[in-house]
Design a protein around this ligand. Structure first.
Ligand code: BGC
Length: 466
């Protein structure tokens, strides 16, 4: 008994170490999306760029992420999760040096585009890797470690931008980009020491190797049943043929709809208007100095990290559905409150800006405990083994595409509808998300990935999965 207990403890720490190393990919995702905001004012002045040129450079990372997510899913199913993440680490490293040393605006644009490829690839390959190595009962918390590192990456990028910003040196954007090479090296070296996922290996017929790894990770009584189920699924897949187009087969329409739907809600409640533009929002709300507005943004980053930790500690107990409903309802409420405080800005006077900060923080809290971790977690759980790469890359692609649409339209939306109108529109998405989620968010807590696959084959409705 004692022996067994020690073994389970060891497994737990091994799994945590593996998840932590892989999740460095999340840190790079967060860092490289966040770093641009602090760098813009400097490279803009350094090259005397127009607003249009700046917009192109800022957009390049997102375009790269869309391309990276769109075209690599098949590769993770063919050569494995580990090799793809190692390749992403190389791109992250080269991209950091390229952008830091860029000698023309065009080169900076190309460097950001290149870096974006790695952001897109890692955004689904890392959660997939973690989901596949995780013991069933901790899968929610461990995949949420990926989201935690995204939020830490965003916060670190705000702080490092603040640290490197030097009003007397228009080249201070260079070190902001260059520091990104450090986590890239950690991910690169770390991934070499980690195993390939047992599920990928077994899917490729390397059963013994897969079993050996699964035994070190999963609870003993779940190992053989999981392998049996995998073999059964593989046999069924073999009968059905081998094309990636099978992702559009009728039995997979529901998971596909869930993946695209959850990413739609995650992005269209406007999360990145807050993450990318919070200094602008706070300036609009009445903070006079740029420093005060940036300090308020750092608090957004910190609260985001803190409440992602809260989500991790409860997600495998409370379950996915409950968190989804509490979080999305809270988000809609905070957005309406934000809209109202902007509408009454004049009569609220000096108080208005504090209401804005308060409601933005409330909004972030609700996002961090729900849609943030859930988006990436749910898409890592719902696809069958053989098509997990393709399925998750479609989820990630939707995420980046929706992100791009919201980000590009936000400032014009404010001009057109006012801040009140924009936030009300996002609140409507939250309400639609609640209604949609009631039918479509599955409760995957405590269920093995293989059991989830079996549910789709049987035609179980998402709401009936238990
Ligand atoms: C989203 C990102 C967002 C981040 C904020 C992630 O789950 O996909 O778009 O910037 O959360 O924490």
């Amino acid at each position: 008994m004692t022996n067994n207990n020690t073994k389970i403890k060891q497994n737990k720490s091994l799994v945590i170490v593996i998840a932590a190393i892989a999740a460095t990919g999340g840190l790079l995702f967060g860092f490289d999306t966040g770093v641009i905001s602090g760098a813009i004012p400097f490279f803009k002045d350094f090259w005397a760029l127009t607003d249009k040129q700046v917009e192109w450079i800022a957009t390049a990372g997102l375009i790269g992420a869309i391309i990276g997510a769109a075209f690599s899913g098949r590769i993770t199913d063919l050569i494995g999760r580990k090799k793809v993440i190692i390749a992403a680490a190389v791109i992250f490293g080269i991209g950091a040096l390229w952008t830091g040393w860029a000698d023309t605006p065009t080169s900076l644009f190309a460097g950001r585009l290149f870096l974006g490829l790695a952001i897109g690839v890692s955004s689904y390959a890392v959660p997939m890797y973690i989901a596949e190595i995780s013991p069933t009962k901790q899968r929610g918390a461990l995949v949420s470690a990926f989201q935690l590192l995204i939020t830490i990456g965003i916060l670190v990028s705000y702080l490092s931008d603040l640290g490197f910003a030097d009003e007397n040196d228009m080249e201070s954007w260079r070190p902001m980009f260059l520091v990104g090479v450090i986590p890239a090296i950690i991910l690169f070296i770390g991934m070499f020491t980690l195993p390939e996922t047992p599920r990928f290996l077994i899917g490729k017929g390397r059963e013994e190797q897969g079993r050996r790894i699964l035994k070190r990770l999963e609870e003993p009584e779940l190992v053989e049943p999981a392998i049996d189920k995998m073999k059964k699924e593989i046999a069924l897949d073999a009968e059905a043929g081998k094309s990636w187009k099978d992702i559009f087969a009728p039995w997979l329409r529901t998971p596909l709809f869930i993946a695209i739907g959850i990413m739609f809600v995650q992005q269209f409640v406007g999360i990145n208007t807050v993450i990318y533009y919070s200094p602008v929002i706070f300036e609009n709300a009445g903070f006079a100095s740029k420093t005060a507005a940036i300090a308020a943004s750092v608090s957004v980053g910190a609260v985001n990290v803190l409440f992602t930790i809260v989500a991790m500690t409860v997600i495998d107990r409370v379950g996915r559905r409950k968190l989804y409903f509490i979080g999305t309802a809270g988000i809609a409420f905070a957005l309406v409150a934000l809209a109202i405080s902007f509408a009454f800005q004049e009569s609220l006077g000096d108080m208005a800006k504090w209401f804005t900060v308060g409601f933005v923080l409330l909004y972030i809290i609700f996002f961090a405990v729900s849609l943030g971790p859930l988006g990436w977690l749910i898409i890592s759980e719902i696809f069958p083994l053989k098509l997990r790469g393709v399925g998750m890359s479609i989820g990630a692609l939707s995420n980046w595409l929706f992100n791009a649409i919201v980000t590009f339209t936000f400032l014009s939306l404010i001009n057109f509808l006012t801040a009140t109108g924009a936030f009300l529109l996002y609140a409507v998405v939250g309400v639609v998300g609640l209604i949609w989620g009631y039918r479509y968010i599955p409760e995957t807590k405590g269920i093995t990935l293989e059991e989830i696959e079996e549910h789709w084959r049987k035609g179980t409705k998402p709401i009936d999965i238990k």
